[in-house]
Design a protein around this ligand. Structure first.
Ligand code: FES
Ligand code: FES
Length: 155
């Protein structure tokens, strides 16, 4: 066991954990966050996505030690029910979320991609979602929300 210190959604956090344990376990079990989900545990679906120093990673295969001293942002850190991030609001408006299990990956990869590529085409956006599995098959609505976000970011 080792003490891992990190910042999660803007707050300092410390956990006494096996440093090889997946970061997802620390977030869910030690910090009680339930935004990132356990889907495959094999870096195949994206349900466990969080931002590590601003870049999306798959927390199911990222050891806690990799997050030591870094900033982690989960979907809870993007916005809240009362004050959603603009992209979350667009997902609501487009009714792009069904069960929500995949949504950490779609929102965090999508936001990061469009913030860097605000002139992305519809095809670019679709490509950026490669490897993110939505079992509810609402990708077309998600793409519409992401297109609207890109139009706003690119203004
Ligand atoms: S649970 Fe991490 S990629 Fe599927
Ligand atoms: S909304 Fe259910 S898995 Fe994507």
């Amino acid at each position: 066991m080792a003490e891992v210190k990190l910042t999660v959604n803007g707050k300092a956090a410390t956990a006494d954990v096996d440093p090889n344990m997946p970061l997802l376990n620390l977030l869910m079990e030690d910090l009680g966050l339930n935004g990132p989900k356990f889907g495959c545990g094999l870096s195949q679906c994206g349900a466990c996505t969080v931002l590590l120093d601003g870049e999306p990673i798959r927390s199911c295969v990222t050891p806690c030690s990799d997050a030591a001293g870094k900033k982690v942002t989960t979907i809870e850190g993007l916005g809240t029910t009362k004050t959603p991030h603009r992209l979350q609001q667009l997902f609501i408006e487009e009714q792009a979320v069904q069960c929500g299990y995949c949504i950490s990956g779609i929102l965090l990869y999508g936001k990061t991609y469009i913030d860097k590529n605000p002139r992305a085409s519809r095809e670019d956006i679709i490509q950026s979602l490669t490897g993110l599995i939505c079992r509810c098959h609402t990708h077309s609505r998600m793409v519409k929300a992401l297109e609207r976000y890109a139009q706003e970011v690119g203004k």
